[in-house]
Design a protein around this ligand. Structure first.
Ligand SMILES: *Cc1c(COP(=O)(O)O)cnc(C)c1O
Length: 422
């Protein structure tokens, strides 16, 4: 490991939290070169909703490779692209009464966010973007400008501009109506806040600490955007593709975003693929205005089509996510209430956050968990929240085993810290 550390830049991060060489993976189990197995509750930060090397999806990829079909074609038309758009349109969009055009961007989520911001500025002729406290939208300059985290913002070394941050749902405590404030400053001609091109929101903030927005709050944000002729953008990069139970994380609130941003689990296989869904009336691009060498990577489109085909033609996966999500919530709430530490559990579907309140407790718990064979990460402004993001396809036994490891690791941490344990 020492020589490897000499080779790779200091910027590396997950390899520090999980110091091992990972060589094989299937479903929710990842194996190290030393032969140890770990349960994966990190799931590629949300890119592996269907697990590692999902064998049902893999068949489509191996067949595609074997046939010498086009892998790279910039954004030229291929059967793989047509099939993806047709399948996604009929299985996902039409079923939900949604109508969108597809824009394939560069492969990162950040690049898709950049495209969404550019497009809303083009459509409205305005510059400002409203984003929210604790929001995370990527690490390129435009995406950082709308992201809250001071550590990432400072790393840019640039003056980040073009955004106004508003308090997310619950940011000022349960009794403060933050969307009332948003509406007030955006409709007041003298509030000092420029009329925005768009309001950009996550329905559950992933990196920001698993903060969950209520249905009524999201609906009021959407209505506010409409009233001031700003576009309403949902960043569904991490919470989309089934994470909260339904395919899109905003279905529960019956929202109709003007732009939806998807990436992470879109390819279904951990392959890079990002896109925007754009309402036709806002497709104001001129040809070629958002270039990118790896737009709509065909290999990833093939697995994306397979994932939609296999998992979204019926309600089975959705129902499973809700059932397993409930199981996770009950277990985590039980663990939280068995300690006198003011812990909190938040989330929706199969994304749950266990708020340890201090970074130390969270850090020690995930470190011990890794030693015991569980990979799980932290999030939130000071990394004080432990983020449960298992594959949606995980079997209940492995899920329970993973939570058991977390429970033990937390108990040991608290014992060592001398905290009160009931
Ligand atoms: C991960 C993430 C991004 C950025 O995606 P990258 O592929 O890392 O650029 C943007 N928004 C949300 C909500 C994310 O979780």
């Amino acid at each position: 490991m020492q020589s490897l550390e000499k080779l790779e830049s200091n910027v590396r991060s997950y390899s520090r939290s999980f110091p091992a060489i990972f060589s094989r993976a299937r479903g929710s189990i990842i194996k190290t070169e030393a032969g140890q197995e770990a349960i994966d509750f990190l799931s590629g930060a949300g890119a592996l909703n269907y697990g590692h090397n999902n064998h049902r999806i893999k068949t489509a990829l191996t067949e595609y490779l074997a046939s010498d079909a086009v892998i790279h074609g910039l954004d030229m038309v291929t059967p793989a692209k047509i099939e993806f758009m047709e399948t996604f349109s009929s299985v996902i969009l039409r079923e939900r009464g949604l109508h969108y055009r597809f824009q394939f961007t560069g492969p990162t989520g950040a690049n898709a966010i950049e495209a969404a911001l550019k497009l809303s500025r083009r459509v409205t002729g305005r510059q400002n973007i409203i984003s929210f406290t604790h929001g995370y939208h990527g690490a390129s300059l435009g995406a950082l400008a709308v992201s809250g985290n001071r550590f990432y913002r400072a790393a840019s070394g640039a003056f980040l501009f073009g955004a106004t941050f508003m308090p997310y749902d619950g940011y000022l405590g349960p009794s403060v109506d933050t969307v009332g404030y948003l509406r007030k400053v955006l409709t007041d001609e003298s509030s000092g806040i420029d009329r925005p091109a768009a309001i950009l929101v996550e329905t559950v903030q992933g990196e920001g600490g698993i903060n969950v927005a209520r249905k009524e709050w999201l609906q009021a944000v959407q209505a506010t955007a409409k009233d001031i002729d700003a576009l309403f953008i949902v960043d569904d990069i991490q919470m989309g593709c089934g994470r909260t139970g339904e395919f899109f994380s905003f279905e529960f609130a019956a929202l109709s975003p003007d732009i939806v941003v998807l990436s992470k689990s879109l390819s279904g296989y951990g392959l890079p693929l990002s896109m925007l869904l754009i309402k036709e009336e806002y497709d104001a691009w001129r040809p070629g205005e958002h270039p990118g060498t790896f737009r709509g990577n065909n290999f990833a489109l093939v697995s994306a089509t397979a994932a939609v085909d296999i998992y979204w033609r019926s309600q089975t996966l959705s129902q499973e996510v809700l059932r397993k999500g409930e199981l996770m919530r009950r277990r985590l709430e039980g663990i939280a209430s068995s300690h006198c530490n003011n812990f909190a559990v938040r989330g929706r579907g199969m994304v749950l956050g266990f708020d340890c309140r201090t970074a130390e407790i969270a850090e020690s718990t995930v470190r011990k968990a890794f030693e015991k064979g569980l990979i799980i990460e932290r999030c939130g402004p000071i990394d004080q929240v432990i983020k449960f993001l298992p594959a949606l396809t995980i079997d209940p036994e492995t899920l329970t085993q993973g939570i058991d490891i977390f429970e033990e690791s937390l108990a040991e941490t608290l014992k060592q810290a001398g905290s009160v344990v009931d």
